[in-house]
Design a protein around this ligand. Structure first.
Ligand SMILES: C[S@@+](CC[C@H](N)C(=O)[O-])C[C@H]1O[C@@H](n2cnc3c(N)ncnc32)[C@H](O)[C@@H]1O
Length: 279
């Protein structure tokens, strides 16, 4: 039995309000399958009845659990590879030259279970030009559940098989039962924090590099525009933004300019808009 229309609308509005994720009509099956485990945990087998009860009680914890259940946390090590090649061969060398204060701040927004910020951390560790740099990597996500996994730094064989080169597995992980645990050295390089991209970023400080990949695709135009504008305000005037392969700034925020980087692309603040960025 499919979820009732009223209950679907309740979930859709809740998720939109709390995360900006758009659940279009036709996503009933997704809501149904993601909420079934939550319903079962309360002894229910019927998602419609479960949501009707949640809508009546409005328990904040349950509402948060529903929003988290509807995030898509798909990720992998060195996802799409090319952005990490650009990071290693172009972005880090350029910043190593210009940052005389020898410190760098990198933000992985919507980091999911940690594969992306740890891939960034491994790339930084392998960059001899940054040997004497103080590099901060802040990794944020809406979902406390994925952040807890990132903080734990423990991954299954299946997870490490997705994009992690064997040489890096051997170097940075140890076997723990059936799983692999990230080394304390790499673990300490990444600071995980909860942050909803709808909320202000100003307390986060400023960044030289922002990874915000494969999250804008879930939002509507107005939300994408607002987020891209606010990301500009926390990015160094000569900083770098990485988006997912299916994402772009064109038509959303033309103060960002696409710059080809090898087989991928990154985004920079347009020259003429750089002086307007508070830094
Ligand atoms: C598909 S994953 C992308 C992970 C990683 N950036 C990558 O490209 O592999 C999308 C992530 O965005 C997070 N997310 C969704 N809405 C968000 C919001 N409003 N604020 C912060 N994170 C959000 C989800 O929890 C999920 O972990």
């Amino acid at each position: 039995m499919s979820i009732g229309a009223r209950e679907f609308d309740f979930v859709r509005e809740l998720v939109r309000r709390e995360s900006a994720i758009v659940l279009e009509a036709g996503k009933e099956y997704l809501v149904e399958s993601r909420l079934l485990p939550l319903a079962r945990a309360t002894g229910q087998t019927d998602v419609t009845a479960y949501v009707a009860e949640v809508a009546r009680a409005r328990n904040p914890r349950t509402l948060t659990a529903i929003v988290e259940a509807l995030t898509t946390n798909e990720t992998s090590w060195f996802r799409d590879n090319d952005p990490f090649v650009a990071l290693r061969t172009a972005v880090l060398p350029a910043l190593a030259k210009t940052r005389t204060r020898k410190s760098l701040r990198i933000w992985c927004a919507a980091c999911s279970t940690g594969q992306e910020p740890y891939s960034v951390a491994m790339t930084v560790l392998d960059s001899p030009l940054l040997a004497d740099f103080d590099v901060t990597i802040v990794a944020t996500d809406l979902s406390e559940e994925v952040l807890a996994k990132g903080r734990a730094g423990e991954y299954s064989q299946l997870e490490v098989n997705r994009g992690l080169p064997a040489s890096l597995l051997v170097r940075h992980f140890t076997r723990e039962g059936l799983n692999w645990r990230i080394s304390p050295q790499l673990r300490s390089r990444v600071e995980f924090k909860q942050l909803n991209l709808l909320r202000p970023y100003t307390l986060m400080g400023k960044f030289d590099i922002v990874f915000m990949r494969n999250v804008l695709i879930y939002f509507d135009q107005a939300t994408k525009q607002d987020i891209l504008r606010r990301v500009r305000q926390v990015t160094a005037p000569d900083g770098y933004l990485f988006l997912g392969a299916a994402e772009m700034t064109r038509g959303l925020d033309d103060s960002w300019e696409r710059e080809p980087a090898g087989r991928s692309a990154l985004y920079r603040i347009r020259e003429e808009d750089r002086s307007c960025v508070p830094w």
